[in-house]
Write a protein that binds this ligand. Structure first.
Ligand code: TYM
Length: 338
């Protein structure tokens, strides 16, 4: 089993990233047997698909590495690195550009969302972004890719690219690429904004009040939860009663995931109660669980030397694993390399 996943080092790690993906990364790492391997990386190459400030990206990359370690990614057991230190990602992307189809990329909802009305002005990188993402996982023969729901479409594209490449350039008994399976957590697949239950919690939302960040202290968490948008009704005692109440459903879903239980059981405890009672309980639960992560993060983030060393060591291992697949892809395409 090879587990591979990435996160963009833009902005702070937020609750959506944590519950949708990172917590699963840690669980998979902790459950790993001797034949398995976990590779987790900072998608810094993806981050340049949008306008960015170079010094900020540099600092954010190291900070995100610290955040992942604070969440429980152990660089001695998992391979933790950033794409920019493993040139094979960019190389394989170019090789796969010959296989990916314009039509496939045109259907990607992320490109439509992020380019907005200014499609002509969007970077080429934003358009070919999913091909780099396919390269990220195919390069390592990933069998499983733990992600939130929003990355499902990109993973489907990675499978399409792998399948077409194998069909077009390989014999049936010697495919170059493994088709990866996405692993999406059922309860926390899509954590929504605290200001709008129909929009996902995201780093790009201009309002800090829309998300809980890993760096938030207990007071800030309590305040953000207290001010979270809700309706005026008390909580229902059955799950069906959350239908048509996206904000309430989101908060109950967050509570259930943080408490390691399900929505039904949260509603058994809080059904009939108003948000005046539920919100402080949720705030406390979040503050209690995120507190230790936040404290560890504060310690780690200023130790640039250790973080540099962790990423360099991870990149070395990643380059080694990537090499045979990259070589096989060049060969399958008939490229002469001496
Ligand atoms: P990114 O950096 O936007 O998010 C990192 C991970 O967090 C998940 N996530 C969420 N899950 C639930 N609810 C939310 N509100 C929420 N917001 C974010 C994402 O699904 C993701 O798993 N393109 C990717 C990074 C990437 C990647 C890859 C992922 C690059 N190459 C290869 C997997 C495999 C991205 O921008 O994720």
């Amino acid at each position: 089993m090879r587990i591979v996943s990435g996160i963009q080092p833009t902005g702070n790690l937020h609750l959506g990233n944590y519950l949708g993906a990172i917590r699963n990364w840690v669980r998979m790492q902790d459950a790993m047997d001797a034949d398995s391997q976990c590779l987790f990386f900072l998608a810094d190459l993806h981050a340049i698909s949008m306008p960015h400030v170079p010094a900020e990206l540099n600092a954010a990359t190291l900070e995100m590495a610290a955040a992942l370690v604070a969440c429980g990614i152990d660089p001695d057991r998992s391979i933790l690195f950033n794409q920019a230190q493993v040139p094979a990602h960019a190389e394989l992307q170019w090789l796969l550009n010959g296989t990916a189809r314009m039509g496939w990329l045109s259907r990607m909802t992320q490109f439509k969302d992020k380019s907005g009305k200014n499609r002509e002005g969007a970077s080429v990188a934003l358009f070919t972004y999913p091909v780099l993402q396919a390269a990220d996982v195919l390069l390592y023969q990933a069998s499983h890719v733990p992600v939130g729901e929003d990355q499902k479409q990109h993973l489907e594209l990675a499978r399409d690219v792998a399948q077409k490449f194998n069909n077009d350039f390989c014999t049936e008994d010697a495919p170059v690429f493994t088709l990866p399976d996405p692993i999406i957590p059922p309860e926390a697949a899509r954590i929504m904004s605290l200001r709008d239950g129909t929009a996902k919690m995201s780093k790009s939302d201009p309002s800090e009040m829309s998300r809980i960040s890993l760096t938030d202290d207990a007071d800030t968490i309590m305040q953000k939860v207290r001010k979270a948008k809700t309706d005026a009704e008390p909580l229902p005692s059955e799950k069906a009663g959350l239908e048509g109440r996206p904000e309430a459903a989101n908060l109950v879903g967050i509570y259930a995931t943080m408490a390691g239980t399900d929505v039904e059981s949260v509603l058994r405890d809080f059904g009939g109660e108003g948000f005046g009672k539920f919100k402080p309980a949720l705030g406390e639960l979040l503050a209690e669980q995120l507190g230790p992560i936040s404290a560890r993060f504060s310690e780690l983030k200023s130790d640039r030397e250790s973080l540099d060393a962790i990423l360099a060591r991870g990149a070395l291992k990643a380059r080694e694993i990537a090499r045979p697949t990259l070589d096989a892809a060049y060969k399958a395409l008939g490229l002469v390399r001496g």
